[in-house]
Design a protein around this ligand. Structure first.
Ligand code: SDX
Length: 430
């Protein structure tokens, strides 16, 4: 890493801003001493120009549409690997040997059950509660059950908590789904792969054997890979900020789930499918394109645009291929939502407004059609995103905790409220 500096002067005040280069990507100007040296804060409410941390986990080149996990392109991981291998890579930094992989799969598999008393948590929710509301509550409650892995100062407990989160999220997500539809919970099975186990826990019923479809299981596994991690997105930044106070990992992941729920973030897959359903037919697309361009209309094309990608989201391409694979396997021909999606994408990518603003489909644009075809209701789409993203949240949380320079995150502000004024007795007001 090279060290240079830039000089910042304001009147008689000056600060040396050390420039630091990463291995790839933009350099950063270290402003840690700016306030001490000049009395100035920087202002960047959406963090568009602000690096919140140093990380070795994931790198995105938004202009080139590149996504690397520990240096490996997402296309190669999704094409040749599986989700638990990607989990190992994100957590430990390198692809596992066969022995390391087998050991990791064995350890994760044997953490998939949840404490039997957790099943009682669900009965406190209305059956029609949004599954994301259930996930926030039940995952936060994990810290009430697993006290033996909440001491974040203990590396062993950090790893146990990490394995528990990765292993138990599918079980809790499947329980949220079963509770939502009024079916009995299905226990995890150690003879199934991660994705097979998840589909089994969601769609098996006690009355008959559930047949795993290998094509659908592979598609599910690939969807998990595509959603595993994504630099310092809103929910990951939430997990890091929560973790910076020393909160236990289960509580931090619950905070990440809450943030992911928003329609501008992980809730976009549910919103995108609802939008495609609302459009309904190709002839209504121009009406919605017009609304998306209308500054007076809050409507946005869900599944389009991205803070970082100003080119095609590489995950969206793989998601589209997976969508076609699933629809073909299920014999779903001429899916009206897919027809609308592909026509909408074609029109938007040739529209001046979207070209000028560099708005491309993101990972959420095709995921909804795929997840619907797999049998999930739209309310479960963001839950599946949370299941996959848990490994990214945990890997980033661990990296933050293990960073010797880590301090509690405490942003400052530009204050534009009332200056000092004295209290006035109520009888003298007005
Ligand atoms: C995810 O950060 C991550 O990495 C997130 C994620 C991950 O893996 O963690 O990739 C997952 O959250 C993907 C994004 C899913 N969200 C959506 O699909 C919702 C629709 N998209 C937008 O809300 C928006 O594009 C964001 C939130 C994704 C990005 O917003 P930015 O970066 O703050 O951009 P912006 O809102 O400032 O938009 C820039 C311009 C604006 O016009 P002007 O004010 O400059 O005139 O583009 C316009 C916006 O109005 N615009 C859109 C649009 N997205 C942006 N116009 C129409 N439709 C859209 N979808």
């Amino acid at each position: 890493m090279t060290e240079q500096s830039a000089k910042f002067t304001l009147g008689d005040k000056a600060a040396a801003l050390h420039l630091r280069s990463g291995t790839i990507g933009p350099d950063v100007a270290d402003i840690t001493s700016l306030y001490k040296d000049t009395g100035l804060f920087t202002y960047d409410p959406g963090f568009s120009s602000t690096a919140s941390c140093e990380s070795k986990i994931t790198y995105i080149d938004g202009d080139e549409g590149v996504l690397l996990h520990r240096g490996y392109p997402i296309e190669q991981l999704a094409g040749s690997g599986d989700f638990l291998e990607t989990c190992y890579l994100l957590l430990y930094g390198d692809l596992p040997t066969q022995r390391e992989k087998d050991d990791f799969v064995y350890r994760v598999t044997r953490h998939t059950m949840v404490h039997e008393q957790m099943s009682r948590f669900f009965t406190g929710f209305r059956r029609d509660a949004h599954p994301m509301a259930v996930m926030v509550g039940v995952v936060g409650a994990l810290s009430a059950f697993y006290h033996d892995s909440t001491d974040i100062a203990d590396p062993h407990q950090r790893m146990v908590a990490s394995l528990r989160m990765i292993a138990k999220m599918p079980t809790i997500a499947a329980m949220a789904y079963k509770y939502h539809i009024g079916q009995p919970f299905v226990y995890p099975r150690n003879d199934l792969s991660y994705a097979e186990n998840f589909l089994h826990m969601c769609f098996a019923v006690p009355c008959e054997p559930y047949q795993i479809n290998p094509v659908l299981a592979r598609a599910m596994d690939r969807i998990f890979i595509l959603h595993a991690d994504h630099e310092q997105n809103a929910s990951t930044s939430t997990v890091r900020l929560a973790g910076s106070s020393g909160a236990n990992p289960f509580a931090c992941i619950a905070a990440g789930i809450a943030c992911l729920w928003g329609p501008a973030h992980g809730g976009a897959n549910e919103a995108a499918l609802n939008m495609l359903s609302e459009i309904g037919t190709k002839d209504r697309i121009p009406e919605f394109i017009g609304r998306a361009k209308d500054k007076n209309d809050p409507f946005r094309l869900m599944g389009f645009g991205h803070r970082v990608y100003k080119n095609y989201d590489p995950r969206a391409k793989i998601m589209q291929q997976t969508c076609h694979e699933v629809l073909d396997e299920l014999g779903i021909k001429d899916d009206p939502l897919l027809e609308v999606a592909m026509e909408l994408e074609h029109i938007a990518l040739h529209d001046e407004y979207f070209i000028e603003k560099k708005l491309y489909p993101n990972v959420d644009f095709y995921s909804g059609i795929t997840l619907k075809a797999l049998g999930f209701p739209t309310t479960m789409f963001t839950v599946l995103f949370a299941v996959a993203r848990t490994v990214g949240w945990i890997a980033q949380w661990k990296e933050m905790i293990e960073d010797p320079h880590q301090r509690i995150g405490r942003p400052r502000q530009l204050y534009t409220g009332a200056p000092h004024r004295d209290y006035v007795a109520i009888g003298e007001r007005g």
